[in-house]
Design a protein around this ligand. Structure first.
Ligand code: NAD
Ligand code: MG
Length: 285
């Protein structure tokens, strides 16, 4: 159904653009069909400019939700493509660029989302930072910090700012990874953050269950996104990316969109504290 390895080497600077990938990822631009499952809902999706977050943003808009996407300023051109698709779906879409390794920006991101949408019912903590490094000895304190700040601190800061706005029936969704369960030797710091995302979901689900707020996560396997081609994998591994899965190829972001819709939809009202896998046949959960 979708492109399989071998892929061309294609290094980009972090955070990378989806538009510059070869082949360009499928985020469901031409395929996702909505059926009003999220009508009237208001979503904030971090990292919604590209990859898995973009696929969720397109799907949410076509399901009737208004959507704010967060992203880095360097990603404005990717974000503009998403915002156009949200508008074409008949929903409101806003982009709020900024760096979530800053606590202050995380608080601004939530405050501006509430201002633009009139509230938040769906928070998707999806932005992430991943750099492959062979040896722990070569991870600088600064690089370690960026991974921790982006993947652990930012979801904490953003969720803390959003929580006072979340009414019963709201949902929080985290993008974790198979790396939480079966970490690669060259993703030592990243894998720890993705395990932290699982604990975030499972603890917070218990804390917020009595308030009627559901908290779930997604653990993708290899998905064809700029995160991977801009240093998330060594370029040699990009050539073979996804080959080791039983499906023999990476997933496309579009193939995960329905999971994010399902978790946001009130019809999944008994699902909380769960991690949903999408890994092409390998890994956990
Ligand atoms: P992606 O590069 O398309 O998305 C990641 C986004 O994170 C970027 O678009 C960027 O906007 C955002 N981001 C990164 N650093 C930021 C910062 N400092 N401030 C603001 N935004 C920042 O790649 P993706 O693969 O779709 O990544 C989405 C999530 O999926 C990440 O949490 C990643 O860990 C997770 N994930 C990806 C894979 C995969 O194979 N692609 C597998 C498992 C988990
Ligand atoms: Mg991006």
């Amino acid at each position: 159904m979708y492109p399989a390895p071998p892929f061309n080497k294609q290094p980009q600077e972090v955070p990378g653009l989806a538009s510059k990938m070869d082949p360009v990822p499928d985020h469901g631009e031409k395929s996702y069909k909505g059926s009003g499952r999220l009508a009237g809902r208001r979503a904030l999706i971090t990292g919604g400019d590209s990859g898995i977050g973009r696929a969720a943003a397109i799907a949410y808009a076509r399901e009737g939700a208004d959507v704010v996407i967060g992203y880095l300023p360097q990603e404005q051109s990717d974000a503009d493509e998403v915002l156009k698709l949200i508008e074409e779906a008949g929903s409101k879409g806003f982009g709020i660029p900024g760096d979530i390794t800053s606590r202050e920006f995380c608080e601004t991101l939530v405050a501006q989302t509430v201002e633009k949408l009139g509230g938040i019912d769906i928070l998707v903590n999806n932005a992430g930072h991943q750099q492959a490094v062979d040896s722990l000895l070569d991870i600088s304190p600064e690089a370690f910090d960026v991974t921790m700040k982006t993947n652990i601190y930012a979801p904490f800061w953003i969720t803390k700012a959003a929580l006072p706005h979340l009414e019963p029936g709201s949902v929080i969704i985290s993008t974790s990874s198979v790396q939480a369960y079966d970490p690669s030797e060259n993703l030592f710091d990243y894998a720890q953050t993705k395990a932290a995302n699982v604990a975030f979901v499972k603890s917070l689900a218990k804390q917020l269950g009595p308030k009627g707020i559901r908290v779930n996560g997604v653990a993708p396997g290899p998905v064809w996104t700029p995160l991977q081609t801009s240093g998330g994998q060594p370029q040699d591994a990009i050539v073979e990316f996804g080959k080791a899965t039983p499906l023999g190829r990476p997933g496309q972001p579009a193939e995960l969109a329905s999971i994010y819709v399902q978790l946001a939809d009130g019809s999944a009202s008994y699902a909380t504290g769960q991690i949903y896998g999408a890994a092409g046949g390998n890994g956990h959960p």
